[in-house]
Design a protein around this ligand. Structure first.
Ligand SMILES: [Zn+2]
Length: 426
């Protein structure tokens, strides 16, 4: 017996057309897509005219497991993913211990298969303990299923170390995924360095702390031929560097977060650490540069950098509270409402591409399209329903978001991952 989705509109990713189609899921596959499919013998689900899109991808999440289970677990993090319409997430290795050994990657795979609500691909660390001193056994990490290598949370400060990592990654055919931050420039900063940080008297992180590092690694990628993926780009010059590197034929891709597309440092008052994130919210000029980069293809995909923390941690003073926002449960409605509906900068299918087909193709993982014979990873969106964002309703353990109280439309009402219903509000 299959699951037959009736009365839905399938979004055509290339043209943006909404087609009246029924979709049949049998096992973990989409076996038929047609205007009418014989319902006998199948469980039918009425989609009430809502829109069918591929399950979303988020190539940048912190599941905090192992070691920081009070912030999030693989179970709660993937529940949040399913609720947000995501069927695939890639998790960062800055756990405790750091994911720098094959058995730790295997732990993530096994636990996510046992209790998870999404496909989970772990990154392996570039350096042991993310200490920047010694490379991990990258071959063994690939063997254990690493989807790429990163020391996310901190930048690899030593250029020679990064060169060696890229040489190895190139051999292994996996990307080097960078958190670009030159610590000699970012220092003890807690927000963007600029007018607002001066006004508030808070130490700033200049945009060049990011762009200098991106430029260095773009040149190292040119030298080594490695695939460089730039995480959470936020600075206008860093966007320019990626644009330049792509024109030059360097193998570089980049992601941007919803918060860097929607917010600036003007929203920070220095008291609420739910506005503290790294890289920091920057200026309107930087935000516009990120939007432009997303539109012209310089920035390939959207990733949330979902970074849950406990309430106690985020209640600390702005300067000492940890960096990070949760993002999985609000990403799509916020981007759809603000960029598609209000600003009309993107069309629905362009936004969906940046969250599905683009990351799937770049990281070479299944999903990213709704096609016959493809994996049954899909999401159904109610584009009309408007809700107020209430962190108390999150499935994530983290409530740390600057978007509390925002009104947004376009909520995922059904998520199916690998043929299994992982979220259902129909
Ligand atoms: Zn990062």
């Amino acid at each position: 017996m299959g699951i037959l989705l009736q009365n839905g509109k399938l979004l055509e990713l290339e043209s943006g057309e909404l087609l009246a189609r029924e979709v049949l899921i049998e096992g973990n596959q989409i076996t038929r897509i047609a205007e009418r499919i014989e319902a006998a013998g199948h469980e039918t689900v009425n989609l009430n005219g809502h829109v069918i899109v591929p399950g979303f991808f988020d190539m940048h999440v912190h599941l905090r497991d192992p070691g920081f289970e009070y912030k999030e677990t693989i179970e709660t993090g993937t529940q949040a993913a399913a609720k947000g319409g995501f069927t695939t997430v890639a998790c960062m290795p800055n756990t405790r211990p750091v994911l720098d050994k094959p058995e730790l990657l295997r732990y993530v795979y096994e636990k996510s298969q046992a209790v998870g609500f999404a496909r989970v691909y772990p990154y392996g660390a570039i350096t042991k303990g993310e200490r920047g001193e010694e490379l991990t056994d990258m071959d063994a990490l690939k063997e254990a299923g690493a989807i790429g290598f990163t020391d996310d949370g901190i930048g690899v400060q030593n250029a020679g170390m990064m060169r060696s990592a890229m040489e190895r990654a190139k051999e292994l055919g996996l990307p080097i995924v960078i958190h670009a931050e030159d610590e000699s420039l970012s220092g003890k900063g807690c927000m963007n360095e600029g007018e607002v940080s001066k006004r508030l008297g808070l130490p700033g992180i200049p945009g060049v702390a990011e762009s200098v590092h991106v430029a260095r690694d773009a040149l190292l990628a040119e030298l080594t031929g490695a695939h460089l993926h730039v995480c959470h780009i936020s600075d206008a010059s860093a966007v320019d560097v990626v644009r330049w590197a792509k024109r030059r034929g360097i193998r570089v891709t980049a992601e941007v977060t919803p918060h860097h597309l929607l917010l600036t440092d003007e929203g920070i008052d220095g008291t609420d650490a739910n506005w503290k994130v790294n890289p920091p919210l920057r200026t309107e000029k930087d935000r516009q540069a990120c939007l432009e980069g997303l539109l012209d293809g310089t920035i390939d995909m959207i990733a949330t950098d979902h970074a849950p923390h406990s309430e106690e941690e985020k209640k600390r003073a702005f300067q000492v509270a940890p960096f990070g926002f949760v993002g999985l449960e609000t990403a799509f409605p916020l981007l759809y409402t603000e960029l598609v509906e209000k600003a009309k900068l993107l069309s629905l299918h362009q936004l969906v591409q940046k969250m599905t087909a683009a990351p799937a193709a770049i990281f070479g993982v299944p999903g990213g399209r709704v096609v016959e014979g493809g994996v049954a990873d899909l999401t159904v969106i109610d584009l009309q329903q408007e809700r107020v964002i209430d962190p108390a309703e999150f499935a994530s353990k983290g409530r740390n978001t600057p978007f509390a109280g925002w009104k947004a439309k376009g909520w995922p009402v059904l998520t199916i991952c690998n043929g299994r219903v992982t979220h259902n509000e129909l």
